[in-house]
Ligand binder design. Sequence first.
Ligand SMILES: [Zn+2]
Length: 471
Amino acid sequence: MSHPISLHEDRLFPADPMQRAIARRLYATVRTLPIISPHGHTDPQWFADNRPFPDPATLFVIPDHYVYRMLYSQGIPLESLGIPRTDGIPVEKDSRKIWRLFAQHWFLFRGTPTQMWFNHVLHNVFKIGVRLTPEAADLIYDQIAERLSEPGFLPRALYERFNIEVLATTESPLDPLVHHQKLRDSAWKGRVIPTYRPDPVVDPEFAGFARNVQRLGEITREDTTTWQGYLRALFDRRKFFASQGATATDHGHVSAATSDLSLVQCEALLGKAIAGTILPGDAQQFRGQMLTEMARMSIEDGLVMQIHPGSFRNHNPAVFGAFGLDKGADIPMRTDYVHDLKPLLDRFGNDVRLSVILFTLDESTYSRELAPLAGHYPALKLGPAWWFYDSPEGMRFYRERTTETAGFYNTVGFNDDTRAFPSIPARHDVARRVDCAFLARLVAEHRLDEDEAQEVAIDLAYRLAKKAYKL
Ligand SMILES: [Zn+2]
């Protein structure tokens, strides 16, 4: 028996009829606004080559750690879901088999944002009217596979259909950005831009750090074994990224720690980092110094800086050993922003030319640390509810905890931060609905006039992201 997908037009709106009516009116003003996606992890090659996306499992299961971490948590081996192993031991290659396994366990996602996004994608993108169940698995597989071969489902066509105005990807400074160059040379009007993410060359504990720094020197013809040469090389790559359309950098550090060290200390730490003899405390100091250096460079070249600390990466050594990075084993940690950011803020916090966007995986810091910091320092802005909290509850909590102190205008709109390209409209739609629901409550409680709420709704859905990321 097949069940229709229910995408209720009032989903995520307040149940109270008065608030619901306001939320509907607000949402009507933002529903069709273009999508600004200033931070994410889609593959620029998709748009550069514009070849069809592969089969349903390769599109929905294999690249999406939101999906397979849940299946893994229920004892399903990652090999059976087609996740490649780093040691080359073969894994499941039959896409239909992977899809059936996924369908058998789809019920695990009940009540999660993944369920909501996926249903939205099936219904609105692929025009599939029935819910994924073990019985409907083959039918849905065939329908998606057929659509993927149609011209209207090529990456560029979907980009246009999704009404995306700009889409940022994320790259290492060592990346030659060939796909972005190809896109810029093409006649296609879509705007896909890189983001400078220097973790591989500024984090001494990043795998292959010494080799990466050497490579950075080769690319830029700088002596990266000296502190000044190393900084010049990093700055040189920032300039190259900006020439390819980048407007932002992104920093995925373990903590928010920043440092302001002397030249002698910096030179000594770089030497130890390259030699591989740096101790963990010194590595933290070095990373912290690099955030401060990046802030200084941002003042010079205008790139917006994103810091998203607080993830304990690769918590599960067995999964890391067999499958490598980004396999759903990253776990949120407690984070301290008040003390950790002080060295950077002492130097640059009052500089209006600098814009640092802070993210968190520690929700307890919203009202205690982040909103007060962003509500004071001109150089700070608050990024949206992110990753584990990119959910209706996460977004609502974020607005409830930050608006009082930081207002709406120290925040930067929504970003989807996704690898799952077809889910981008679904994710932005959830954010727009949740924000409209929040605003509707303020209007219903006579804390905000509806015309003001309407303006804020448009700012949150569209204008703030454009402004914050200089797009
Ligand atoms: Zn990201």
